[in-house]
Design a protein around this ligand. Structure first.
Ligand SMILES: Cc1cc2nc3c(=O)[nH]c(=O)nc-3n(C[C@H](O)[C@H](O)[C@H](O)COP(=O)(O)OP(=O)(O)OC[C@H]3O[C@@H](n4cnc5c(N)ncnc54)[C@H](O)[C@@H]3O)c2cc1C
Ligand code: SF4
Length: 566
């Protein structure tokens, strides 16, 4: 991405953040002809050029990809994040670099660079079902979403066609089909699990819907090649085989000639104009020089990732909004929720020793939610999906003798045991007590108050974990798994990587901050379309919903702008 630090300070639109949702805002707004400024607090990361480890073989890393103890000791939180190792560490924020205050343990995983976490995300990309949108209201554990599946379905299609999502049309009502490219095949243990789970539990076990380009279409030809299952995605893919802002939306936006992207730009706050009753622009602190700059625009999209968007709005105080922009009801920063990943089940499988599989694949299988779908049928509210995969070990105690030399070489050339795992991704309940707020006395090096996180599990999460462990164990046992291992890691939220809420959408301005078009109820030219906008968490991975909501809101914003309504 060409870095642009010229003196132009007036734009049609400003987008804060260049990650998964900000990239989408930039693409849609630029395509519709708006001169758009993307402000990104981190460094520039150019597709391919800035993927230093993309093709580094594991033996060329000093410790075969592991990080030395000194790095692990200095980064106790981030080093527990999925996929964090010597090949990817440069895309994760180090623990000490951007402090925040954990009132309760919350291990916040961040990626501050052009592309944000789109470079390191897991790429699971299933749609929410109609039931997921209505469940909180139907069962009384949340407010009503102002949109439903039918409103979002065309935007899911819009996004899927552009980013490339692989999957099968499985015809499952709890996980609607989309615009798919060919799915990755199940291996023999996964196929076996699929059959047992269908026959004995009447449940689905299918190939996951994943943002991998398995059959590039015309729209992909310039930026993407077919995913070759290298399974090194989190290093950045030189083929553009998976969706990231860097490979997809940002270059697309740049081609329009309407994009200006400014890295090292820490957005401090949104500026409210008391006379017009609208946002006038944003205040930026240059990350390197600490210079303060004001940028002006007609519309502002906040896409700084859920908790940072909360921070920016809480820090946007004015005479009209002394408690944060749009915060008349005092709910800004409240109802933070996340996905519960605490528990997993794994086991070994006999009987497949004569079978092998071609290569590793960059996706997993999924068992869509089967709990509390049409009625409340458990002692907890909400649902969970299960991610699962079958694998064949390379090295294990049985086939690696305690010797070195030729015997060892011979042993490691043989495939090991077959195994499979399942882990849960559970809905959590939006609660006012789970919140973020600003520190009154501690600031970061750019003069911005530190964020305090006060977020925890509750009894509902414990009951859901118990149910998953029972169900996961039963399914594995029914499939003949041996040596089943169950784990509830009780990891702090944050590590669950799908934080949401704080600026939730809703029908009623008394109980929500955003309307059905993601506009602040009380400051209509400010749109929030990252995870902060979520009214509830559902049980599917959320990022494709952020992208769809962003595209929908951006198109609406342009229409309104053209009508002179913003
Ligand atoms: C290891 C891992 C695996 C994941 N797997 C999946 C998955 O399989 N499926 C899924 O749906 N989701 C997954 N996620 C979550 C996914 O990455 C996020 O939901 C998604 O990136 C959120 O998009 P975003 O645009 O809100 O934020 P981000 O992608 O984080 O982008 C936000 C950007 O804003 C910038 N920014 C922040 N504050 C400011 C500021 N004050 N001024 C200027 N810029 C700012 C940041 O530097 C960043 O570039 C995963 C996350 C992780 C860490
Ligand atoms: S699995 Fe596909 S997207 Fe991931 S690094 Fe390999 S080729 Fe690229």
């Amino acid at each position: 991405m060409a870095e642009n630090k010229d003196a132009v300070t007036h734009f049609d639109a400003i987008v804060v953040g260049s990650g998964i949702s900000g990239g989408w805002a930039a693409k849609e707004l630029c395509e519709k002809g708006l001169k758009t400024l993307v402000l990104e607090r981190g460094r520039n990361v150019e597709h391919i050029r800035d993927y230093p480890t993309a093709s580094t073989p594991v033996w060329d890393f000093k410790y075969r990809g592991a990080l030395p103890k000194s790095v692990l000791d200095a980064n106790p939180y981030i080093s527990r994040a999925a996929g964090y190792d010597a090949s990817t560490a440069h895309f994760f924020v180090k623990d000490a670099d951007h402090p925040y205050i954990q009132e309760k343990p919350f291990e916040w995983i961040r990626g501050y660079q052009v592309g944000g976490k789109s470079l390191i995300w897991g790429r699971a990309c299933a749609r929410w079902s109609a039931m997921d949108f209505t469940a909180p209201h139907r069962y009384g554990y949340g407010i009503e979403w102002p949109v439903g599946y039918d409103d979002i379905a065309p935007w899911y299609s819009h996004v899927e066609k552009f980013i490339g999502v692989c999957g099968n049309k499985d015809g499952i009502d709890t996980m609607p089909d989309g615009e798919f490219q060919p799915a990755f095949e199940l291996n023999c243990v996964e196929q076996h699990l699929k059959e047992v789970v269908a026959e004995k539990f009447n449940r689905h076990y299918v190939s996951g819907r994943w943002a991998q380009v398995t059959q590039p279409q015309e729209i992909h030809k310039e930026q993407h090649r077919q995913c070759l299952s290298r399974n090194l995605c989190m290093r950045g893919c030189p083929l553009g085989g998976y969706f990231s802002s860097n490979a997809s939306t940002l270059p697309w936006a740049e081609k329009t000639g309407n994009l200006t992207i400014r890295p090292f730009s820490v957005v401090h706050s949104v500026i409210y104009d008391e006379q017009s009753g609208k946002a006038a622009g944003v205040k930026v602190i240059d990350a390197q020089t600490k210079e303060e700059i004001i940028y002006h625009a007609k519309i502002i999209f906040l896409n700084a990732s859920a908790l940072n968007t909360n921070l920016i709005l809480l820090n946007s105080v004015s005479e009209r909004f002394p408690n944060g922009l749009g915060n008349d009801n005092g709910l800004l920063g409240k109802y933070i929720c996340f996905h519960n990943y605490r528990a997993s089940v794994s086991g070994e499988f006999d009987g497949f020793e004569d079978k092998y599989y071609k290569v590793s694949k960059p996706s997993e299988c999924i068992i869509p939610n089967f709990r509390n779908v049409y009625q409340q049928d458990t002692d907890f509210v909400g649902g969970y999906v299960i991610f699962s995969a079958g694998y064949r070990e390379k090295l294990n105690d049985e086939n690696v003798p305690a010797v070195l030399g030729a015997a060892f070489k011979e042993a490691i050339s043989k495939p090991g045991k077959w195994g499979a795992y399942m882990y849960m991704q559970g809905e959590t309940i939006p609660k006012a007590s789970n919140h973020v707020r600003l520190s009154k006395d501690k600031k970061d090096e750019w003069g911005i108050p530190l964020l305090i996180t006060s977020v925890d599990y509750d009894d509902n999460d414990d009951r859901m974990v118990k149910d998953f462990i029972e169900q996961g164990t039963a399914m594995m046992a029914a499939a003949g798994a041996k040596n089943i291992v169950v784990n509830d890691n009780r990891q702090p939220p944050g590590l669950d990587i799908h934080e949401m809420g704080g600026v939730r959408m809703g029908k009623d301005p008394a109980t929500s901050l955003l309307n059905e078009w993601n506009q602040l109820h009380h400051c209509k030219n400010v749109f929030v379309t990252d995870g902060a906008c979520m009214t509830s968490t559902g049980n599917q991975s959320p990022s494709i919903l952020y992208m769809s909501l962003t595209a929908r809101a951006a198109n609406y914003a342009v229409e309104q702008l053209k009508k002179g309504a913003l």
